[in-house]
Design a binder for this molecule. Structure first.
Ligand SMILES: [Ca+2]
Length: 491
């Protein structure tokens, strides 16, 4: 059997490390909800003040290559996103929110583990169908963590942390998986020849030929459809997500669905190229391709939010909408925009990693609020842990910080520093200052005054450059010293 040995090793054999702070809302959490709930009962506990603590649900909606400006509420001039805008009106927009890498796999590893990708994915940033590696199954993902508290967990959409069964979501804490295992421009290894790259107008003109991209659709560990019909995939992800929400809603009316808190990771595979839409939404004008795809995603996000409202879950569910990295600018109207930020996907300028972020939990997260404090996808694991009343037992140290009070607008963000990695580190932000190191050259920007990173102040402030460089090296050395192995298939 080819299956790797590491897959058989139980998590508890690894060093256990308490990495996050105790729950922020102590008075609402008691020992009574420490064990997994019985099937059919929503875990609840009496606090010392007699308030009942209902385990909240969590949904992360993660899009692919969506730019900082690609929502109306983030300033888009041509895309209309009424559903996500409503979410922002009812919730909190974070305008200095960072993905932890400017490309797919590394960004997702960071989101799932609360770690800079250099700590958990080595120097790999994008995994390909020929690769025999993945995120180590011994890592603690958000799903693993929530399972310790009896959560139902589902991953719907693009995974991209290893496509072999040993690395798929069902090996990483998710009860179920429905989605594509890598990007929608990658083919199953049996179809090694990839269509000519970059002819996006041509592909857009032939929507019925979406099958030229031989990307498989996987259910749990098995291929369900190959190639996946990319025209309908965004909608089918949503259908699966809604099915999962309803199955765990605990709706009294039906009396049949079990009461169970849930975690849904809904990772749309677009607007990564190639772009496709359901037939009835198709517009032959290629200049409308990207715009229409985002508007379609927005409508589908609206369906998820409407389901929460209809099922009476809107007061007890956190929804976080964000993107895995900036827009792939060289593909023009098949890509988004990061204005007013500089550059896009693949870059450690702000446009590559600062992404739109809208958080929503009516009655918990204040409505119509906004913050420009620094925060990152790596902070979501400890934040969710805190809100759920869990002290995460991760495989080793993590880099994320607990943002629960910040999300609830009770305190500023505790994040005052952030490291920017591609395969290796090259930048640091500390407060308003950002240092980029490119070979021997340095670029120093004050983001409060120069969000577009146009005015290099390195020569003017050599002492600042030296201090930030030293700090970047110090923090990076900690990450590298604590780096953990990538998951490898046995020979
Ligand atoms: Ca991406």
């Amino acid at each position: 059997m080819k299956y790797l040995t590491l897959f058989l090793i139980h998590y508890s054999l690894f060093t256990i490390h308490d990495s996050a702070a105790a729950p922020a809302d102590e008075q609402r959490v008691t020992k009574g909800n420490a064990s997994a709930p019985e099937q059919g009962k929503r875990p609840a506990a009496e606090s010392s003040q007699g308030k009942r603590f209902i385990q909240p649900n969590f949904i992360i909606i993660f899009t692919d290559d969506q730019g900082y400006q690609d929502l109306s509420c983030f300033g888009s001039e041509d895309i209309k996103t009424p559903h996500i805008d409503r979410m922002a009106n009812e919730g909190r927009m974070l305008t200095s929110f960072y993905s932890a890498n400017p490309v797919c796999s590394a960004s997702r590893a960071a989101l799932m583990t609360g770690c800079y990708p250099r700590r958990v994915l080595d120097t790999r940033v994008v995994l390909f169908p020929k690769d025999n590696v993945g995120l180590h199954p011994g890592e603690t993902t958000i799903a693993d963590m929530l399972k310790t508290k009896g959560y139902a967990t589902a991953c719907v959409g693009k995974w991209h942390l290893g496509h072999h069964p040993e690395f798929l979501p069902t090996a990483q804490g998710f009860d179920s998986y429905f989605g594509i295992p890598y990007s929608n421009d990658m083919s199953h290894p049996a179809d090694a020849k990839r269509p000519r790259y970059g002819k996006w107008d041509e592909y857009w003109s032939k929507p019925k030929e979406s099958g030229v991209w031989k990307t498989p659709l996987i259910e749990n560990e098995k291929i369900l459809e190959h190639p996946v019909d990319q025209r309908t995939i965004t909608r089918r992800y949503t259908d699966k997500a809604i099915e999962f929400i309803k199955a765990n809603s605990g709706r009294e009316l039906a009396g049949q669905t079990p009461h169970r808190p849930f975690f849904l990771y809904l990772a749309h595979s677009m607007p990564h190229v190639p772009l496709y839409l359901p037939d009835e939404l198709y517009n032959p004008d290629p200049k409308r391709a990207y715009i229409s795809v985002i508007e379609h995603i927005d409508a589908e996000v609206g369906r998820v939010l409407d389901t929460l409202r209809k099922e009476g879950l809107d007061k007890n569910t956190y929804v976080i909408f964000t993107s895995d990295n900036g827009p792939w600018l060289r593909f023009k109207h098949h890509a988004g925009k990061a204005g007013p930020l500089r550059d896009g996907k693949g870059s450690t300028f702000e446009g590559g990693m600062r992404v739109p972020c809208v958080t929503w939990a009516p009655g918990r997260i204040p409505a119509n609020s906004k913050s420009n404090d620094m925060a990152s996808t790596i902070d979501l694991l400890p934040t969710i842990a805190s809100i759920a009343g869990i002290e995460p037992k991760t495989k080793g140290p993590i880099d994320g910080l607990n943002l629960a009070d910040f999300l609830h607008a009770k305190s500023p963000s505790p994040r005052t520093e952030f490291l920017y990695y591609r395969a290796q580190i090259d930048s640091i932000r500390q407060g308003d200052w950002k240092l980029r190191q490119q070979g021997k050259a340095h670029q120093l920007y004050n983001l409060a005054e120069d969000i577009g990173e146009r005015k290099n102040l390195a020569k003017k402030h050599p002492e600042k450059v030296a201090a930030l460089k030293a700090r970047m090296e110090e923090l990076n050395a900690e990450v590298i010293a604590g780096a953990r192995p990538l998951g490898q298939l046995a020979d």
